[in-house]
Write a protein that binds this ligand. Sequence first.
Ligand code: GDP
Length: 539
Amino acid sequence: MTPAGVSATAAPNEVSAEAGRRRTFAIIAHPDAGKTTLTEKLLLRGGAIQLAGAVRAKGNARRTRSDWMKIEQDRGISVATSVMTFERGGLIFNLLDTPGHEDFSEDTYRTLTAVDAAVMVLDAAKGIEAQTRKLFEVCRLRDIPIITFVNKMDREARDPFELIDEIEKTLALDAAPVAWPVGRASEFAGTWDMLARHFLPVDADDRSAITLSGPDDPKLAELVGAERAAALAEEVGLAEAACPEFDLEAFRQGTLTPVFFGSALRDFGIGHLLDGLARYAPPPQSRAADARPVEPGEPALTGFVFKVQANMDPNHRDRVAFVRLCSGRLVKGMRLKQVRTGKQVPVNAPLFFFAKDRQVAEEAWPGDVVGVANHGTLRIGDTLTEGEALNFRGVPSFAPEILRHVRLEDPMLAKKLKTALSQLAEEGVVQLFRPLDGSNPVVGVVGQLQLDVLQSRLKVEYGVPAGFDDTMWQMMRWVTPADPGSDRAALDRFATTNRRDAGEDHDGELVAFFGSDWRRKRAEEEWPMLRFHAVREQH
Ligand code: GDP
């Protein structure tokens, strides 16, 4: 499937070796927990090869920034999911960034479908917060292994036992401390490595671990004082007795998280965390597709689109599709099959985020993410192959939490609005619902910022000024029969009975809107023959 002269297919052992060197991960955190600071420190530590923020315009072709890019600038936040690649100890780390603002969007969720592991950053004084939990739930859908980093140990923190207990209770995840803090807050002196059994002083670099016979080694008292040493010995004894031991298998299955303690701001514990990522986080794994599972070492290329970004000249409607590679090798000039349509997609100028020695890379491997420019052909959830008909599962839609009616300022533009909304929904900017009672279309988003982006793009790119009106709904669910064979009638009955609170999504699937969580629960009780889903896999 490649033009003459472009040899794409690599030897299977080369593909396996390159895939085996990749660690593709994301950082999940509640705003302010320290994700940005940690990211910077990881990149510094790893020797970032290239920082690819929003996809940059190529060459000298300067492009007009559309309004939504201005939103990005004005608010100082990144609408774009960016890819940061760094190399350390022979491994290549792809860190897929997720918008670090309270106004996060569906991109944040979808990015998690493209990673093989996640680092969960907790503020030591706050523990698990609302957004940590939401993001964790998305990771759990795919059993993504999670490494926990308890940050801000240089400040007043909660008791480590309490934090571990909270992780276990609120996330139903075993938590195995692999580091233990020595001293607290201003008395924080470093960490005890529970596995390697050495002490890492807070002001030393990562290579200066001090090997001791155990936490009760008299040498420790000399280093940190008798009081802190005694407290550590007691706590480590307790932790060893009461907390689960680190178990690689359980971690890889997503049922146990190793817990590191440190301070991103003080650049402490970062090396330990990186070692943990290198050692424990999995390289690309076998991925489920409808036809068969795909192994990363397979020579033929496969990948899927997890994000589409329109960042270029609004008049040209250019798009960049972010493709996560799952097998094979990507080189410039390949032609790939878009399985959904059967179309051939030329990949003439892939944006490689990985560039060694500041040279632009010419190839990418499983675990890497590349940007493919297109004119709207590629959609979120699309699978690309060298010809085989298979579709990766699992780029999901999440039930939006903000639902608004679209208000058109000029009724003459109704048709244009319809087209625009439909295109933007396909791109994944918002989710679009058509109420069954024929009222104005409803848009659904996960974060308020998505609405601002939608409004500005409708105006700038489509010339359709529009506003949003509140709906009386607070949540929605996809509705399916409990038993697809027999309960179709129940679905129709539900739709008829609830015409005013029901609609269809962009693919014609039935959705129900609810004014409160209590109403949702009632509907579930009243309609036992139906299922109400907060997540739906995209076709
Ligand atoms: P994000 O919103 O999760 O990206 O968080 P930031 O990295 O922007 O950090 C939020 C605030 O916490 C900033 O003021 C940081 O300087 C501060 N911060 C981050 N890490 C630490 C840490 O380890 N110790 C202390 N004391 N402050 C930190």
